[in-house]
Design a protein around this ligand. Structure first.
Ligand SMILES: [Zn+2]
Ligand SMILES: [Zn+2]
Length: 338
């Protein structure tokens, strides 16, 4: 969809509980129209959890700082009050604006140390691009398509204001204080290597990033860890055991039936594993060739990147379980039933 046909949306703020607000920030992506940031009162300031992506502020683009400021102003908050910026994971829709927020507020940045999957694109564009090309080649994307893609993204904005590194590492055992009590950090890799959830135990509130979503949608970063699917399933077990009663996720409305969402997400993963196994036969095929069978539809420019990445993660997982076999020539990998 060309950007001009996107519905114009604005940042919106709403109170979830006394001292906790949802900041709903528009994104320039068809199919994923907004992301959430959360503001939590802490003494004379606030803890901001996630901050949206960075786009040209002069154009009042969705995702720009003005949208975050607008959402905050609606609930009587201002950027200058931010003392800590806590990032659930280093995907651009959650941390892209971090550098600008830090600049305006002087706040600290708290993020998981395994953030290279998100920060590398800004720090070292060439390495990040080489990584993307390697994945696309391995998945079976033809050279001519790759060349066209490289041409398209050459001058595209990264969605990141500047590469910033954390002042504090968000790892297991760390707590983030607020007027609502202290929030414990749980590392939840799978969707992203830098994924964390925050849990407020007395109130049983979970801030889940994209690890657990109201409307289930599966995505994993490929090529950063050995088996994102197993990591994701383990992280779902971990979150289930917390027994949260309210979940504040990275996209969509807060939801209460947390366990039902964990169960449904696990079932969605199991379905994808089964569909991928069923798509394999004795003939070695690339991930790109397998994707239409796995998903029951052809790839489109909007779905190609996402689905190819997911399929590669699933195939790699099946291979580690002995349920898929792979052969590779110099750059392309082909998959078959063992
Ligand atoms: Zn997201
Ligand atoms: Zn994400």
């Amino acid at each position: 969809m060309p950007a001009g046909t996107l519905k114009r949306e604005f940042g919106r703020g709403e109170r979830v509980l006394p001292g906790l607000w949802r900041l709903r920030l528009p994104l320039p992506w068809p199919g994923v129209p907004h992301c959430n940031a959360w503001a939590i009162r802490s003494g004379d300031g606030i803890v901001l959890v996630d901050c949206g992506m960075h786009l040209d502020p002069d154009k009042q683009q969705p995702g720009s700082l003005s949208q975050l400021e607008r959402a905050m102003a609606q609930v009587g908050l201002a950027l200058e009050q931010v003392r800590k910026l806590v990032i659930t994971h280093a995907h651009i829709d959650h941390w892209g604006e971090a550098a600008t927020v830090m600049q305006h507020s002087g706040c600290e940045l708290w993020m998981h140390p395994n953030h290279a999957h998100g920060t590398e694109a800004e720090r070292d564009g060439e390495t990040a691009l080489a990584h993307t090309i390697e994945i696309a080649r391995a998945g079976g994307v033809p050279e001519r398509t790759l060349v066209r893609y490289l041409e398209q993204i050459k001058d595209a904005p990264t969605g990141i204001a500047a590469a910033v590194t954390p002042d504090h590492d968000l790892v297991n055992g760390v707590t983030v204080d607020s007027d609502l009590g202290s929030w414990s950090v749980y590392e939840t890799p799978g969707h992203a290597p830098s994924g964390i959830c925050l849990f407020q135990a007395e109130r049983r509130i979970l801030i889940s990033g994209d690890h657990l979503l109201g409307r289930i949608s599966l995505y994993y970063d490929f090529g950063w860890t050995r088996d994102p699917i197993t990591e994701f399933l383990n992280s779902l077990e971990l979150v289930d055991a917390l027994d949260a009663r309210l979940c504040l996720s990275g996209h969509g409305k807060p939801f209460a039936d947390v366990r039902a969402h964990v169960v449904a997400t696990k079932a969605a993963v199991a379905d994808r594993l089964a569909a991928t196994r069923a798509a394999l036969d004795r003939r070695p095929r690339t991930a790109l060739e397998l994707v239409p069978t796995i998903y029951g539809e052809q790839l489109t420019p909007a779905t190609a990147n996402w689905r190819l990445t997911e399929a590669l993660c699933v195939l790699q997982h099946l291979a580690l379980e002995g349920l898929a076999a792979r052969e590779s020539d110099d750059s392309t990998e082909r998959w078959y039933q063992p």
